[in-house]
Design a binder for this molecule. Structure first.
Ligand code: MG
Length: 392
């Protein structure tokens, strides 16, 4: 395998840090060219020096001076702002762009990398939820390969390898069920920020951890799978699998089911996106089936977790509806993390935004940005109304 040159967008987040750990184990195969972060200057500076990168972007322009001063003695070029990210990902020195920033804010830089024909290691699922049809269309036009980093989608991708064109019956998308799987609805309604952030299996950033608790993460993943694999929503089924050993499965029309397994460790999916189509070694924990003993599976409870039905509805409606769902969810999750609204207010606000939305059947990229802004404003209104009526 020839050496691959990598840009990591969002290097100080959970996925970014784990990606650097993968690269640490294969310094002869991977070279870090570009690191970007929103606010975490200290870690960004430390990473830039350790990996001796060419370029660094601090998105928050107020923090430019601090980063620039620290990296100047190391001859590392420092830039500020989102436009710099978009400009630098297109550089000739970059082969792979890991999109591990959080939320809709990752869309413009992902589009820039796709237009430059880069291989995208996609960790930012919100990009495909908000603008899946547009992003996949651009990827085809510019010959940009999109490789999944989301563990479920990496699993599906691996289960599909070597079976091009084979008829598919179903995708079985596994879900841990999150911290509230065994709670009743009344208790979930009173769930606190700390309880929702306490994920049983996966160590992740706070936005995705709340999404796992509401199961909106699985809703976003249904839509992500639809676009990555071109499989309609009614063939994507969610199954609760609390052990998170099977990361997802593909069922072919002949009834044969292929599963991809491993202990939950995001580095496995990140590394495979970096090394594809090759496999490398990794210092992770290996499976011991005799020790594991058994695995369990349940149907998801859609009454306790209304996010799943919202996602299926958004996918079926199409157009800008998944973008509306995503934007409302981002605003509501942020409000829940600020402890302004209750747990079920998150999905209530998403549902209200979807019901009252300005629907567009065939949105352009500009329309998607407008939809996102309009929905954030609408959600902010609903949040202040909800927060005002509550003594949290
Ligand atoms: Mg996932």
């Amino acid at each position: 395998m020839e050496k691959r040159h990598i840009a990591i967008l969002g290097s100080t987040g959970s996925i970014g840090r784990q990606a650097l750990d993968v690269i640490r184990q294969h310094r002869d195969l991977f070279e870090v060219e570009l690191l970007t972060a929103n606010n975490s200057t200290e870690l960004l500076i430390q990473q830039a020096i350790e990996f001796d990168v060419n370029n660094v972007v601090i998105c928050n322009e107020d923090k430019y001076a601090e980063v620039s001063e620290a990296l100047q003695p190391h001859y590392i070029k420092v830039f500020a702002g989102m436009q710099s990210v978009c400009d630098l990902v297109s550089g000739d020195n970059i082969d792979i762009v890991l999109t591990s920033m959080v939320g809709f804010s990752g869309l413009s830089s992902t589009v820039a990398a796709v237009k430059a024909g880069k291989t995208i290691a996609l960790a930012n699922k919100e990009t495909l939820v908000a603008a899946g049809k547009l992003v996949m269309g651009l990827a085809e036009k510019h010959h940009a390969r999109i490789l999944p980093v989301d563990s479920e989608h990496s699993a599906i991708f691996q289960c599909l390898m070597g079976s091009a064109g084979a008829p598919i019956e179903k995708i079985h998308l596994t879900a841990s069920g999150g911290p509230f799987r065994t709670w009743n609805r009344e208790d979930i309604a009173k769930a606190t920020r700390a309880q929702a952030l306490n994920h049983p299996n996966w160590s992740m950033g706070s936005k995705i951890t709340i999404d796992s608790a509401t199961m909106m993460n699985k809703g976003l993943e249904i839509i992500e799978a639809r676009w990555l694999f071109g499989i309609p929503g009614d063939k994507i089924q969610v199954v609760i699998h609390p052990e998170s050993i099977i990361h997802s499965m593909v069922e072919y029309a002949d009834g044969s089911v292929i599963a991809q397994m491993g202990h939950p460790d995001m580095r496995e999916a990140i590394q495979f996106a970096f090394s594809y189509p090759y496999r490398l070694s990794l210092d992770n924990r290996k499976l011991n089936f005799a020790e594991l003993g058994s695995m369990s599976f349940f149907a998801p409870d859609q009454e306790k977790f209304p996010a799943l039905s919202l996602a299926y509805a958004a996918l079926e409606k199409g157009g800008n509806m998944p973008c509306i769902m995503n934007a409302a969810n981002e605003a509501a999750v942020a409000a829940f993390l600020r402890e302004e609204i209750g747990f079920y207010d998150i999905t209530d606000i998403v549902g209200e935004c979807m019901a009252g939305a300005d629907f567009a059947e065939n949105p352009s990229l500009e329309d998607i940005f407008e939809t996102n802004d309009a929905t954030l404003a609408k959600a902010a209104e609903l949040i202040s109304k909800t927060a005002g009526g509550k003594s949290l």
